[in-house]
Design a protein around this ligand. Sequence first.
Ligand code: ADP
Length: 573
Amino acid sequence: MRKLSFFLKPYKLPIFVALFLMLFELAVELIQPLLMAKIIDEGILQNDLRVVYLWGSVLVGVSILAFIGGIVNSFAASHVSQGFGFDVRKSLFEKVQSFSFTNLDKLSASSLITRLTGDVTVLQNTVFMGLRIMMRAPLLVIGGTVMALLVDAKLAFILLITIPVLIYFLFWVMGRAGKLFKDVQSRLDAVNGIMRENLNGIRLIKAFIRRDFEITKFRNAADRLKNKTAASLRLIETTLPILLLVMNISVIVILWFGSKQIITGDIKVGEVVAIVNYVTRITASFSVFSWLIMALSRAGASAGRINEVFSTHIDLLDMVNADPATEIKAGRVEFCNVSFQYPAAENHVLNHVSFVAEPGETVAILGGTGSGKTTLFHLIPRLYDADGGKVLIDGTDVRQFKIETLRKQIGVVPQEAHLFTGTVRENIAWGKGEATDDEIVIAATDAQIHGMVEKLPGQYETIVGQKGVNLSGGQKQRLSIARALVRKPKILLLDDSTSALDANTETNLLQALEKYLCTTFIITQKISTAKAADLILLLDDGQLIAKGSHEELLRSEGLYQRIYKSQFREEAL
Ligand code: ADP
């Protein structure tokens, strides 16, 4: 939590105001028993109404002031905690945006969502409570003990023994509860993960009638969360009765000794009442303490999880010597003996892959699932860095480009078309913020989607995505192709992005792409698509087993010929 205190720096003034007012409330609370002792000993027992009225009015006056102070303190605490939460969330979001794919592989999306929402809220509430009451409870325990000792050191002596023991006990509980709450949060991650996956795949779940299976999976995760939370709460709940028991025994001891001393005249009634009053207030503060332990343990666990995101080392950054002026000019792509292994994987996914794609060429990549086609794509815009060999663009290692300059000139169409909630226009313009209307229409026309957009109820202003019109797989694919084309990329990467298009539309699309003068890579399963390519790369289990034109590959016996024959037979049939 100490590291996150950096985010409190901009709020020094309201923090100061809140803490000052909290101390004022505390002072009033500590002075109340003294005033009451005065009223009893000098007013009621002496039958002096003047004293009762005078000190009674002082008591009411300071109480009203403390009440107003409490309200202002709440305002200041809300201002600080809301601002703190906003700043932490914003910085976390910015950090996640700078994550590399490797970083994202390590921290799951659902865990990041819980950290950005739940964990930040936990800290936000802790800051609020911290400024409102958290400091008051420990200070009241200390202040109350000191005041009780000042009233009568002999009678209040028992507090010097019980209170340090109880404080030690509380710290012990806090340590244990912290660990338990960390587990609670990670189980919450698991529940969120299942929820997320379930909502994303709800159509599939219904189609496969897997409702009961999914419900059981969710119930098990929720059950694990419940059990861990219950265990944490049980620990907290048992601390309170122990605290109350010890404090109540202290009260009885004080009353017993106090009554004896009153008889011998060593102490006044009002003083005993004041000490008991202090002990009662200390006891009440200890009840707040048990809540406090829970809040602090939980906050500690959440702070740890948030810090983990902040301290994640971004492993894919611009090289120090990357030249901002280096841009993709022609779009020649060369893989020189490239090998790659995912950080968490045991084997290489790409092994010594070498090929050259000349500027403007179309390269088709074929291969079974898992053969490394998408991985090969990832290395071109530096979503991952190759472990061995080099990826060169126009003869320059991709690592020598500024990441932003490099990616700006590459159009990526992922395997699964993803639309953002917004209009068709916004979804296309997402590829290039400053795109004009004409550029958007041209990109849509080339992506073979313009005609369909014209038929939508609001044309380019139609809302699509989660809350909008539902588009078919092929329509989504074409919209994401338009999004890539609007950038006028020098290199275009189509990851099986024409799979949902009919042959005619696909031919028109490929023809339209010709005018873009970009080097185009197409991952495809279809020989008909590969046939038109200048170069075909055939991948098998991370090895580039064949490369050449359609005719060249057909001439040699091998996998390509077999795929061709099987597809050709299908077409003939
Ligand atoms: P293709 O596109 O040819 O189907 P991929 O390039 O997506 O294949 O994947 C190649 C291999 O790498 C597969 O075995 C896949 O399981 C593995 N893989 C893909 N992404 C990751 C990842 N982020 N972490 C670990 N392994 C991965």
